[in-house]
Design a protein around this ligand. Structure first.
Ligand code: HPA
Ligand code: ZN
Length: 341
């Protein structure tokens, strides 16, 4: 690879991932392997047939396939294998820190115990730290299409594993399920000392971003693209230095944008918003971290300085301690200085 190329720069720069659904890293090959050992069938005949089904017109069409893929995850080892495969991928991409979502309700609805899900994920994350040097945080994500009652049950189950979970998030079908639906659940989560984040402004309106800020008191907005439609909201996000975890290939695959050249990332940076680049559901959207950086950098003609800014933002917006954040940001700056020309 040409050492002056954007590809080389993106591949090498140290970075953190802050928006990643572990169930969305389920590659078709592993899905078939786990289905076989659990003696379950997938409704597609082959890996190629399954991959061919990954064409989505909106968030809901994706979610239907994503939830059916997760149906073959049963044992603690399945969750370990899923997480370990993801860690190996990002290790090869110079991702030094990751904060990942898991959806316990997707599994509890199939009678897979919360303890199995979290133990498998946690064990892989521990191995990731010891063997790969990747630090991590875990975010329990609430499925917003389900009831408040179900959300409270998931939160209750999490309490036993509190030391393994940093934050509570909100995902799944956005339209018609505003953050206000979960105001009381998130108040309880904060009372239990969890940080909070929420998907907002992916398909939903800017009002949902306001609700996430004011009612759920989030530390980050996941996606947040539609914030740009409300100038007052942009001012507020900049003033609060509120990070947005942006997912370029996800936006393209789910038709949040029509073309990568229309992606709002450059506008967000120009306005002083703390945007980051993330992969969301890489097995479904055609790329992990570096593919996301590369797709958006090429389409928007981002400079090495802007890419370094995005990588710095990823550590600044993380849930690492202040000292670790500073060390990581310095690492990014050193890489930038050594490779900027
Ligand atoms: N949006 C909402 N819910 C999700 C997503 C997403 O991009 N990925 C997995 N669950
Ligand atoms: Zn997401």
């Amino acid at each position: 690879m040409d050492q002056n190329s954007i590809e080389y720069f993106i591949t090498g720069i140290p970075k953190a991932e802050l928006h990643l659904h572990i169930e969305g890293t389920f590659e078709p090959e592993l899905m078939f392997e786990i289905a076989n050992r659990n003696k379950l069938t997938i409704k597609y005949q082959s890996v190629d047939e399954l991959k061919a089904a990954y064409q989505f017109n909106n968030l809901q069409e994706f979610l239907d396939i994503y939830y059916s893929g997760a149906d073959v995850l049963i044992e603690e080892q399945d969750f370990y294998d899923l997480t370990w495969a993801y860690l190996l991928k990002i290790h090869a991409q110079n991702v030094l820190h990751t904060e990942l979502f898991f959806d316990p309700q997707t599994h509890s609805s199939r009678d897979v115990a919360f303890s199995k899900v979290i133990s498998g994920i946690h064990r892989a994350l521990e191995d990731g730290r010891e063997k790969l040097g990747i630090s991590s945080r875990l975010i329990l994500s609430i499925l917003r299409h389900l009831s408040e009652k179900s959300a409270f049950e998931a939160l209750q189950e999490a309490l036993e594993f509190k030391e393994w979970i940093t934050a509570v998030g909100l995902d799944s079908s956005e339209k018609g399920h505003p953050p206000s639906k979960f105001e009381r659940v998130f108040a309880q989560a904060r009372k239990e000392d969890f940080l909070t984040v929420a998907h907002a402004g992916e398909e939903g309106p800017p009002e949902y971003v306001w609700e996430a800020l004011n009612l759920l008191q989030v530390s980050r907005i996941d996606h947040g693209n539609r914030s740009l439609e409300d100038p007052g909201l942009v001012v507020e996000l900049v003033k609060r230095r509120m990070p947005l975890t942006v997912c370029p290939l996800s936006n393209l695959k789910l038709k949040v944008i029509q073309d990568m050249t229309n992606h709002p990332l450059a506008r967000m940076l120009e306005k002083g918003m703390i945007a980051t680049v993330n992969s969301d559901d890489p097995a479904y959207f055609g790329g992990y971290m570096n593919e996301n950086y590369l797709a958006v950098a090429k389409a928007l003609n981002l400079s090495k300085e802007q890419i370094a800014q995005l990588a710095k933002n990823s550590f600044e917006a993380s849930f690492l301690g202040e000292k670790e954040k500073q060390e990581m940001v310095e690492k990014v700056e050193r890489f930038y200085q050594e490779h900027k020309n």
